[in-house]
Design a protein around this ligand. Structure first.
Ligand code: CTP
Ligand code: MG
Length: 242
């Protein structure tokens, strides 16, 4: 079974509010996007597609693909206006791809701390269940609001999960669901599983990931990111202090 990862890096990072998009910011010596691509390069995934912003293809090749010698990156393409448009571009390019894809993993390029273990487990579960998303159990109690600043209800915390990426699917299943969502002009798509929930009627497996697998979104996430990397370095050196 052939696996292809679509790594999304076409966002502008408005909430980060810096001159360059957050995926190209340097974190402890490497661009944020480098870490995610490296994890996929080191995993069992066969192919990587990088989806970047308009006019950024060459920049991405020059700053990420070439300097670090990533061999699994088959193509760098331009994304679309919203995240789901970028995903759809990635799904469509797979059709014209020389390598047949059974399983597709969709990952936010702004999540640098994904590991090859999580990726490999996602591939296994994706093959077994046809659809699986990486997630962590909510630590805080979550409330649903009534939309006017008041509490509507409290879901049982033991059933609440916070969703991350990679989100992994049988290619045909997610492609059909996305085709329908796009055709029907669905505009409120914040993750890939919800496309399948609405247009695919498929049981989607939750795969327990890691609290480290944060998305770099605002400036304080860079502080958390540095702390995570420092902790990993300590772990490599087998230091016991926390
Ligand atoms: N993304 C994308 N194409 C878009 C928008 C987002 O490929 N049109 C990617 C981002 O590059 C990121 C991931 O989707 O890796 C998650 O999106 P988000 O965290 O919202 O990133 P940005 O859209 O860049 O940030 P912001 O919403 O603050 O502008
Ligand atoms: Mg965004």
């Amino acid at each position: 079974m052939k696996t292809t990862a679509i790594i999304l890096a076409a966002g502008k990072g408005k909430r980060m509010g810096m001159d360059i998009s957050k995926q190209y910011l340097i974190l402890e010596g490497y661009p944020v996007l480098y870490y995610a691509v490296k994890a996929f390069e080191d995993s069992n995934v066969n192919n990587i597609i990088l989806v970047v912003g308009q006019g950024e293809k060459e920049y991405c090749k020059e700053t990420i693909v070439e300097p670090y010698g990533f061999k699994k990156v088959r193509t760098v393409i331009e994304g679309g206006k919203e995240r789901y448009n970028s995903v759809y571009e990635g799904l469509r390019i797979i059709e014209s791809f020389p390598i047949y894809t059974d399983i597709v993993l969709i990952h936010d390029g702004a999540r640098p701390f994904v590991t090859k273990e999580i990726i490999n487990k996602s591939i296994e579960e994706g093959k077994k269940y046809g659809a699986c998303v990486t997630a962590v159990k909510a630590k805080d109690t979550v409330k649903l609001s009534d939309g006017n600043g008041f509490i509507k209800m409290t879901p049982d915390r033991s059933t609440v999960w916070q969703i991350q990426t990679p989100q992994t699917f049988s290619y045909n299943i997610i492609r059909k669901a996305y085709d329908r969502a796009i055709k029907e002009g669905e505009g409120n798509i914040t993750d890939d599983a919800m496309v399948l929930e609405k247009y695919g009627r498929w049981n989607i497996k939750l795969l327990e990931g890691s609290y480290n697998n944060i998305k770099i979104t605002t400036r304080e996430d860079l502080i958390f990111g540095r702390a995570i990397l420092a902790k990993e370095k300590k772990f490599e050196k087998n230091e016991k202090s926390c």
